[in-house]
Write a protein that binds this ligand. Sequence first.
Ligand code: HEM
Length: 528
Amino acid sequence: MTDVANQGSNGDDQRPVLTTRQGHPVHDNQNQRTVGARGPATLENYQFLEKISHFDRERVPERVVHARGALSYGTFTATGKVGDQPASTYTRAKLFQEAGKETEVAVRFSTVAGGRDSSEAARDPRGFAVKFYTEDGNWDLVGNNLGVFFIRDAIKFPDLIHSQKPDPVTFERQVANRVFDFISQTPEAMHMVTLLFSPRGLPASYRTQQGFGVNTYKWVNEAGETQLVKYHWLPKQGVKSWTAEDAANVQANELGAHTKDLYDAIDAGDFPEWDLHVQLMDDREHPELDFDPLDDTKVWPEEQFPLHHVGTMQLNRAPQNIFDENEQIAFGTGVLVDGLDFSDDKMLVGRTFSYSDTQRYRVGANYLQLPVNQAKNAQVRTNQRDGQMSYGVDPAGENPHVNYEPSTLGGLQEAPAPRHDEQGPEITGRLTRQRIPLTNDYQQAGERYLLSEQWEKDDLVANLVGALGQCDRPIQERMVWHLLMCEDELGLRVGEKLDLSPDDVRHLEPLPSQTLTEDELQRRSNLG
Ligand code: HEM
């Protein structure tokens, strides 16, 4: 084998030599091969063809949402406890069991609506996606910084996102009229709106934002007993936000302020940390609650469902290559390990299909063979073979000819049945298409407003007025109606600035998609 690195060094210049991907030294990287100095060019010029055709394929499609993001790596260290109980009381997931147990993580923070080069100072939810490389395979916790979401049924997600993407005719970005046209017809979005238009809709950095799993998952213990669970990441750096003015000033100079802040901190050895907390709830129906625990537009009140510290994550390494790692990493809500499970949350089920589906399209059929996506701390042995960009064949059993199961000739075998393969409450129901019965779309939004500090209330009102001021009158009227349904003061303040009183919107009927409860009907008759 020729050591090309030592070939062709020019005099004292000992830098390694450029080669093609085939390992051929490149003697001239400035001129194509041509017939005569002025052409024509020849078609068999392999070096040129390899270079240009690779360049032609340098982009995979960017993520349809969360295109702009920053990846970093670190470690999760467990407390081994949930409150005063050992973690094993509630989950058999190995990463939580012992105090001090460490698990490698990759974390990608992101914005949602903009493209890959868009501003990180936009008012937008932030993504908070964590991949735990555990010994039982990978676990992805794919969350956001606000704790709730706009919608509760996955079938509405493409419409929500279309309303937030550029106008399909003019390509104008984030047209308030489109965003609020959709939101005004989506009463379950009001809680998210009161967060997104508050200071928390503009985190000062990725390091100073919270993270939440948002959807409800389950924990399963050794005995097969299940709990509903919600995840919270609390930054040890504290929570800090920008005003709209701060964000505009940052954006004037730097579109990638969050990424820069994260990598600068890691570079300086100032490693950011987050504590992971969980809230637990018995896995059964909860008629005593005024919200549905599987509804991702709701939070679980912390007085009733306290936070338990289960571990701490530190981020201490930046990627070596943005494309290989940040662009090709693939997170998904379906990626759980033993001891963790899905709930029936209708968003979670839809998300679980969507992520791996888009990644097979966006990255390719063998996306899980890429180093950043491999379950590198578990033993992976599948009978999956071939497909574009197949990179390695998993070790088969003793007989490498057998790439199927079952077989009498060797190959891989099924794992022993889990000790408890039945779990959770028994559920009966008819096949149907219906909203969840307990929607309660306004209460938590109103409570959040009332619990805010005065400057946060003022900021929320100013931001809503700024956005709604650009909308058509019927959209403004419907939004003021919703905000009055959430909380009189909020609706009155926004309405006043838009020159809309409760009397101007009282005539509006509930949306066809709404069935108001007794309490909501009462509020409606006393609007303002
Ligand atoms: C990314 C779908 C709701 C958080 C994505 C991607 C898709 C998607 C297709 C791009 C993935 C890729 O190309 O690798 C959906 C659907 C949803 C939904 C269908 C609702 C039914 C949510 C919610 C959250 C969330 C509620 C927050 C809790 C994220 C994050 C990413 C992402 C953080 C970026 C992951 C990364 O950094 O690679 N989502 N999403 N999504 N989604 Fe969702």
